[in-house]
Design a protein around this ligand. Structure first.
Ligand code: GAL
Length: 473
């Protein structure tokens, strides 16, 4: 064969081979297409609600779960991504939230107290306005003005409140009170003053040495400051209280009358610690563990907020037998309100709006508050309370003088309240070791004066007057 013929033959073979390959490929393609499973289509991501709160103790947990149920019923397609951060009063969660906001990774919504605590996030520019939710639900018609003002800054609403808690309540064990004839001897706790409270505690210690007169839990420090805030209202009245926590007084002058009341309260706390009027293990306990001492008959009294009622219900403690409650003092109502918000750049804004609607709804508020120990933020919702404590406090909310709580984010600045936790805790710790009380009180007073300055407390509420904080009745 000539070279030319051979070349023609080779190229013919190559062409035939190529044609065969192409035919095979096409056939393979169609054959494959016939049997291959359809390419998986990725389902759209399930909408979520990323939420932070600190309700992990008895009563609190069940209460938030009840609102989740209301939300799920209305929004079955939205997955709740819950981030509960243990530590009552947000002792741990608040730092977590500030971290998330500062790093530009906000959740969809988080628990926040109405008032000063909310204002700090607003001032930092982290929150979106939620006026449209207020409007849609007609909340201005059903939420009292005092509470509206605590959710509104620079003319806009930044949160939807779910409840009203009272911080000033005396929880007591009725059996111990009856056995010792406390009410016959000292009168109704609703009218006691600071001296009577100490007298009662001493009387209990003398007559029932196995029982702690006053339950305390200082593991997270704030229950001590909580006692301080209640005793300050008891001693100084609402105006002194409001001036102190806002720094709106002549705080550099030790002769200012606010200091006299503050010193009396510091002294009272030091006496309680030094005379063993608290349960000795208070540095190890959380707020609910201290509440347990009361219904178990290991402590006689506990000055704490009404989430304690929620806790007692959750453990099945019986009202009138294992616990009783008295507004302390009745004439003043130290209020606080848990609310939810919408951070700027929240990943799922539609889910947040749906959540805020559940929070502000009659059904959400009724179910939550029945369990939580608080009363609804909405005055048109009246749950069937299982004990006489809440009807009384709901009535007081309309009739007593109102001031916001400092320890629970209403009236003060977080940095200052944190300093107060440390000052009061070290006062109590030193007093328990037998240090001289007057010296301790003077040292604490100086530390508080410095803390007011250092934390810039008086500037925090610039433009506000003391009347903003007090609803006088
Ligand atoms: C408060 C909060 C209450 C209750 C309490 C103890 O700050 O407002 O709802 O949970 O802490 O955790």
């Amino acid at each position: 064969m000539s070279l030319r013929k051979a070349a023609v033959k080779t190229s013919t073979i190559i062409i035939i081979a190529l044609v065969l390959i192409v035919i095979a490929a096409i056939a393979g393609y169609y054959a494959g297409a016939a049997v291959a499973p359809a390419a998986p289509t990725t389902p759209p991501p399930k909408p979520q609600l990323i939420i932070y709160h600190w309700w992990t103790a008895g009563g609190e947990k069940e209460a938030i779960d009840a609102v989740f149920d209301v939300f799920k019923k209305a929004n079955p397609e939205i997955e709740i991504v819950e981030n509960p951060v243990a530590g009552g009063a947000g002792a741990v969660m608040k730092a977590v939230i500030w971290g998330l906001l500062a790093s530009g990774t906000p959740p969809d919504t988080f628990q926040v107290h109405a008032g000063g605590e909310l204002k700090e996030y607003v001032d930092a520019g982290y929150l979106d306005v939620v006026d449209s939710v207020w409007e849609e639900l007609g909340l201005e018609d059903v939420i009292p003005e005092t509470l509206q003002a605590m959710c509104k800054f620079e003319g806009h609403y930044y949160a939807v409140p779910i409840n009203v808690h009272r911080s000033n309540v005396l929880w007591y064990n009725p059996k111990i009170f009856d056995e010792l004839g406390i009410i016959d001897k000292f009168g109704d706790p609703r009218t006691w003053d600071l001296d009577t409270f100490i007298e009662v505690a001493r009387y209990i210690k003398e007559n029932k040495p196995d029982v702690a007169p006053i339950a305390m839990a200082s593991r997270n420090k704030w229950p001590l400051t909580h006692l301080f805030e209640v005793l300050l209202v008891l001693r100084g009245g609402p105006e002194v209280y409001a001036k102190f926590w806002t720094g709106m007084f002549d705080y550099k002058n030790s002769a200012d009358p606010v200091w006299a009341a503050v010193k009396d309260v510091l002294k009272a706390l030091a006496i309680m610690a030094q005379e063993g009027l608290f349960n000795a293990n208070h540095p190890e306990l959380t707020w609910d563990q201290a509440a347990a001492l009361v219904y178990q008959g290991k402590a006689a009294m506990y000055v704490h907020g009404d989430w304690v009622a929620g806790y007692f219900m959750s453990v099945g403690a019986k009202y009138g037998e294992e616990w009783s409650a008295a507004p302390f003092p009745k004439a003043v109502f130290i209020l606080l309100s848990d609310s939810f918000n919408m951070p700027k750049n929240a990943p799922h804004p539609d889910a947040v709006k749906a959540w805020l609607k559940a929070v502000g709804s009659s059904e959400g508020q009724e179910k939550f508050n029945l369990i939580k120990g608080s009363i609804p933020a909405r005055v048109d919702v009246a749950p069937a309370y299982p004990d006489p404590y809440r009807p009384e406090t709901a009535d007081d909310f309309k009739k007593s003088t109102l001031v916001p709580s400092a320890v629970h984010g209403g009236i003060s600045k977080e940095a200052f309240v944190t300093e107060m936790h440390n000052i009061v805790t070290s006062l109590v710790t030193s007093a328990a070791t037998g240090a001289d009380i007057d010296t301790l009180v003077d040292a604490s007073t100086t530390q508080i004066m410095q803390a007011i300055d250092r934390t810039g407390l008086p500037d925090f509420w610039k433009g506000y007057t003391i009347d903003y904080f007090i609803t006088k009745r």
